[in-house]
Design a protein around this ligand. Structure first.
Ligand SMILES: C[S@@+](CC[C@H](N)C(=O)[O-])C[C@H]1O[C@@H](n2cnc3c(N)ncnc32)[C@H](O)[C@@H]1O
Length: 276
């Protein structure tokens, strides 16, 4: 039986007005890059423009998904984590956070957060857990950590360790919206022994291609992506102990095979732990 909880306070007219399919949205562009079917013409156009600029875009997003799966596996299997706060969930795809975590620890509790109404609609149908675990879904913006933390507390016990997942989402938060302040608010709310995992677009590995990719995709989307350098992404982990191998190309974070390790990826990825 499904054990899931979802925000039901969003008025229908509000949901409908937010379904503007004429403008590309990050969740659906990402889905198109992954070869998914939950996207519209504007999303496919933005994804195709991105692929023309950076032909390895498909490999890059798959490497990011594989990073997500490996980090959740590490957290559940090696770090003893049973609670996940996954912000910027994306459309359901292969190896969603609750599937990886609950395959290892069935009692895992997962709270998903996204600001895309189509992710909300799919999450209600698909991001459901099997008992004894639970999934919850919050329709919220990363820029509002107070709302996220307050709603997440109906499912997560913040006196016990929580893994905060910011996979492929911080690059939608410009410096003017204080991404460091948002990360600090989230990590301040969790107890010692909690973790923060981040992946973030960068041009450090493929400068010309990634600049062209972001320019091309940003032309079609309202939410603009920002490329950040290694030092900036590492800075988000301030006050935390970095887990080996530190902030590396996502494909190089504890790869399971040579094929995973050598995948083209224009993202930095890392994990930090909050010490006592
Ligand atoms: C590139 S996708 C990443 C999906 C998933 N985390 C993964 O790595 O496979 C980025 C997701 O972040 C969501 N997103 C973008 N800006 C956001 C914001 N300000 N608040 C909440 N979610 C956001 C998008 O709707 C999208 O689902």
């Amino acid at each position: 039986m499904a054990a899931g909880r979802h925000d039901s306070n969003i008025p229908d007219e509000d949901r409908i007005s937010r379904f503007d399919i004429g403008v590309a949205h990050p969740a659906r562009v990402y889905d198109a890059l992954l070869g998914g079917k939950d996207n519209f013409t504007a999303d496919r156009a933005a994804a195709e423009a991105g692929m023309r600029a950076f032909p390895a875009s498909g490999s890059s997003v798959r490497a990011n998904r594989a990073f997500l799966a490996r980090t959740v596996e590490y957290l559940a299997a090696s770090a003893g984590i049973r609670q996940f706060l996954d912000i910027g969930t994306g459309l359901p795809s292969a190896s969603n956070t609750h599937e990886v975590a609950q395959a290892i620890r069935p009692e895992s509790r997962i709270v998903y957060v996204d600001n895309d109404p189509i992710v909300l609609a799919h999450a209600e149908a698909l991001l459901t857990s099997t008992r004894p675990g639970i999934t919850d879904y919050i329709d919220a913006d990363l820029r509002d950590p107070g709302k996220i933390l307050s709603k997440a507390s109906r499912t997560l016990d913040f006196t016990r360790p929580v893994a905060i997942m910011l996979i492929g989402v911080l690059h939608f938060i410009p410096d003017s919206d204080d991404p460091q302040g948002i990360v600090d608010a989230l990590t301040a709310a969790v107890c010692a022994g909690s973790y923060l995992t981040i992946s973030h677009l960068t041009k450090d590995h493929y400068p010309a291609e990634m600049e062209a990719f972001v320019r091309a995709v940003n032309e079609g989307t309202q939410e603009k992506s920002i490329l950040r350098a290694h030092q900036e992404v590492s800075g988000f982990f301030r006050g935390l102990e970095l887990i080996d191998p530190g902030v590396v190309q996502v494909s190089r974070w504890r790869p399971r095979s040579e094929t995973e390790a050598s995948a083209t990826a224009g993202l930095w990825g890392g994990m930090g732990r909050k010490a006592a």
